[in-house]
Design a protein around this ligand. Structure first.
Ligand code: AQP
Length: 340
């Protein structure tokens, strides 16, 4: 039997090459060796201000991106988080073993709390507990994520340890774990592109919320990709010396989308102080366009089949519920919450 894991993306906007290189590409690479369960995590997305009327299209578009990128519903499970209520129920159980001080110290919470000020809600504070629930419900042993998610994953591991030690089974092997632990401690699976920076603000990570000019979306047509890259921040001079964050980011993208010869060629020009960024950007645009081309074509074809997308999501969520229900029952049993 393939080991299982859960990973997900918030439907907070267009998926970009950061999401692709940091998470989705690993999902596809692992598809044959693991049973991946991929969530469109809408309950996470409502913890920040959003427009309710936008949500259905965002969820649909995220599913389109997942399938177009290569997720195969015959090998993997695609779900909508709010269709599987066991996620929120498990989050409540886990919150009872999670000290408030643990969630308050999470860097992304502290940063968002600074930005959102009075709009900080309980959901944002307990976001990592819901993420831990997403992961443990499927007894995930790995979680492919970008670097930004490492503090959340570390917290998941702490929550798992806390739950396991408090509710270790007296019956030991009953649930297939020799130690009597119910949940495995999940390991982060980091891809080569685990931290892609913004094109326009390269000190920050590429993000949906920074606006369309800072990212290349999986759905961007070739002319838009060229325009966005043309505006990407680089050094002012002809290269040499220490690279600025913007230039470093372009070289990282080149290492992920272009051949080794191309990377070596531009690196040599940079070292010699002879680089022309417009040439580098043009070549990088060509390579990104040809890499994303098949995804764009599949996306276009799938967008004409909304019934199929709906079917994949409903069937996937139902399959996930069967697994989630079983794990939730085990957790409740350990906690003395099964009565009849
Ligand atoms: N820039 C990035 N580089 C590498 N990986 C990234 N990921 C996100 N940005 C980058 C990875 O994508 C997965 C899904 O992320 P998410 O949408 O659930 O949340 P996020 O990290 O908050 O993504 P965004 O684009 O920054 O969304 P907003 O702006 O809405 O907050 C995760 O595995 C993440 O590591």
């Amino acid at each position: 039997m393939r080991q299982r894991y859960f990973s997900g993306i918030q439907p907070t906007g267009e998926l970009h090459i950061g999401n692709y290189l940091g998470a989705i590409k690993s999902w596809i690479e692992l598809q044959d060796s693991f049973e991946g369960i991929f969530g469109i995590v809408d309950y996470h997305a409502i913890t920040e201000p959003y427009k309710p009327e936008d949500m259905p299209k965002r969820v649909f578009d995220t599913a389109l991106d997942y399938l177009a990128a290569g997720l195969d519903p015959n090998k993997s499970i695609l779900l909508i988080q709010s269709f599987v209520p066991e996620h929120t129920e498990m989050a409540w159980l886990l919150s009872s073993v999670t000290p408030v001080s643990w969630v308050e110290r999470v860097p992304t919470y502290k940063e968002k709390a600074r930005q959102l000020k009075t709009q900080v809600n309980m959901g944002l504070l307990s976001y990592p507990v819901l993420m831990a629930a997403d992961i443990v419900l499927y007894k995930s042993t790995i979680v492919p994520v970008g670097e930004d998610q490492l503090p959340h994953l570390e917290l998941t591991r702490e929550i798992v340890r806390s739950f396991n030690s408090k509710y270790r089974s007296k019956y030991g092997y009953k649930y297939g774990s020799k130690s009597g632990d119910i949940f495995p401690e999940p390991q982060a699976y980091l891809a080569g592109g685990s931290r892609i920076m913004s094109l326009t603000e390269p000190m920050k990570k590429m993000s949906k919320s920074l606006g369309a000019h800072n990212y290349i979306a999986l759905a961007d047509p070739p002319d838009v990709i060229r325009k966005k890259l043309a505006k990407a921040v680089t050094d002012i001079g002809p290269g040499g010396g220490e690279m600025s964050p913007g230039t470093k980011n372009l070289f990282q993208l080149m290492s992920l989308f272009s051949s080794k010869e191309t990377c070596d060629h531009f690196k040599q020009l940079y070292d010699e102080g002879n680089i022309r960024y417009s040439d580098m950007k043009q070549k990088l645009a060509d390579d990104i366009i040809s890499d994303l081309g098949p995804i764009r074509d599949r996306r276009l074809a799938l967008s004409l089949r909304p019934e199929y997308i709906r079917k994949v999501l409903i069937e996937g969520s139902n399959r996930a519920r069967e697994i989630a229900r079983q794990t939730l029952h085990e957790a409740k049993e350990r906690m003395g919450l099964t009565y009849f």
